[in-house]
Design a protein around this ligand. Structure first.
Ligand SMILES: *Cc1c(COP(=O)(O)O)cnc(C)c1O
Length: 403
């Protein structure tokens, strides 16, 4: 396996860990996430194939690109052929713009209305999702590009149905506000009947916008599961996130999409090994005491709940030397205690696989999510956000998103 070396002023040959991105490195603590940006490119290509050449792909980079780094994922996705980005906060707009991209960046609802003009000046197309938002962009008196978000049943934000015609007419009359698009987000993509009803409402919103005089709108309703399940709801743009990260979707959707995970592995190394004689009682990590009847060998990996894992059991298993080893007691802030009694041979520095493949064994993200009781949609960005990133894709050697 090749690893992207981007650690400025730091000699990776001197460490046991592989080369970490310099801004995320925690020197010498051997716990990391392996990212495969080739997978992201393949997922963009698969999405393009699915939606066709004429539907624009607005790649969702909220949550700092689901924890993978908004600039890094945006750069890789632009190279792979997306048409725009969605950001979850103004600082993510700045991150995405720092790549030099000239593609549109839609800012999802995230600021108070009074801050919308300032957010637009960062290089965003801002979301108008309430009457207060509409009044704020009108009152700013400057040219502002907006997407209008309508609520078709999610009940989060977005203009309610009775507000559509009035607000769309008022934005049109203001003149200086350029409405470029209209979008919504479905509440139950797994339920075809509800989704069809909500898509019909969205068509009504598009008709209201046209009646108010807004032309050439980007119409966007399809997040990942909608792209996969409803080819008749793609309109002229889609806004997938998880489809392109190849993670965070239920197993059946992963299969339907034939997705490759950007989060390829989570690994650590053994920093300590201890033999416990029969008769020992261990309260590992403040957990319930374990009485050792026949002797036990434990190992410690420096990865804990600060790294996005959980504290209280169930804690699941890890792979060491291709074998499954249980995690004992409670996981602490930065450590996991592992039962390695069954391993014939084990050594300091041995690789510990929390997520991924080792030998013939594999712990998938779905295995891990089930084992530790954290939903996969929550687990992927937690791990990605908390751990240092190591790039494991050949293409990154030739100029990856971390430069
Ligand atoms: C989070 C989000 C998305 C992306 O959802 P995925 O299921 O990850 O594709 C798209 N649109 C909106 C409005 C969102 O909030």
């Amino acid at each position: 396996m090749t690893v992207h070396a981007a650690l400025a002023g730091y000699d990776p040959a001197q460490t046991r860990t592989d080369c970490l991105r310099h801004d995320r490195a925690r020197l010498l603590r051997p716990s990391w996430a392996e990212l495969d940006f080739g997978a992201l490119s393949r997922n963009v290509a698969a999405t393009r194939k699915r939606v066709g050449p004429d539907v624009r792909i607005y790649f969702v980079c909220k949550g700092d690109g689901f924890g993978f780094g908004a600039a890094a994922v945006a750069k890789a996705a632009e190279r792979a052929g997306v048409d725009g980005f969605c950001a979850g906060s103004p600082d993510e707009v700045v991150s995405i713009r720092s790549t030099g991209t000239t593609l549109p960046v839609l800012l999802f609802a995230s600021t108070i209305p009074a801050d919308l003009p300032a957010a637009a000046r960062l290089g965003a197309t801002v979301t108008v999702q309430s009457i207060a938002d509409a009044e704020a962009v009108i009152a700013a008196g400057e040219a502002i590009e907006v997407f209008v978000e309508v609520d078709c049943g999610l009940g989060r934000y977005g203009l309610r149905r009775e507000q559509w015609p009035g607000v769309l007419q008022r934005l049109r009359a203001a003149g200086h506000v350029a409405v470029r698009g209209l979008y919504s987000h479905l509440s139950a993509p797994d339920d075809p009947a509800t989704s069809r009803d909500q898509a019909a409402l969205f068509r009504q919103a598009a008709a209201d916008a046209a009646a108010a005089g807004h032309d050439d709108l980007t119409l966007m309703l399809a997040s990942s599961r909608v792209v996969l399940a409803y080819p008749d709801m793609l309109f002229n743009a889609v806004d997938p996130g998880r489809l392109i990260y190849g993670g965070g979707l239920d197993e059946n959707w992963m299969e339907i999409g034939a997705l490759s995970p950007l989060l390829k592995a989570v690994k650590s190394r053994i920093i300590q090994i201890q033999e416990h004689p029969p008769g020992t009682v261990l309260g590992i990590g403040y957990g319930a005491p374990i009485a050792i009847a026949h002797g036990m060998r434990t190992a410690v990996a420096p990865i804990g709940f600060w790294d996005g894992l959980n504290h209280i059991p169930p804690l699941g298993e890890v792979l060491i030397r291709g074998r499954r080893c249980p995690v004992l007691g409670r996981r602490t802030f930065q450590h996991s205690v592992l039962d390695v009694t069954a391993l014939g041979d084990v050594a300091l520095g041995d690789e510990v696989v929390v997520l991924g493949r080792q030998g013939t064994e594999e712990i998938s993200i779905h295995d891990l999510a089930r084992a530790i009781g954290i939903p996969v949609i929550e687990l992927v960005p937690r791990l990605a956000r908390c751990l240092p990133h190591v790039y494991v894709d050949e293409a990154q050697e030739r100029g990856g998103p971390g430069e």
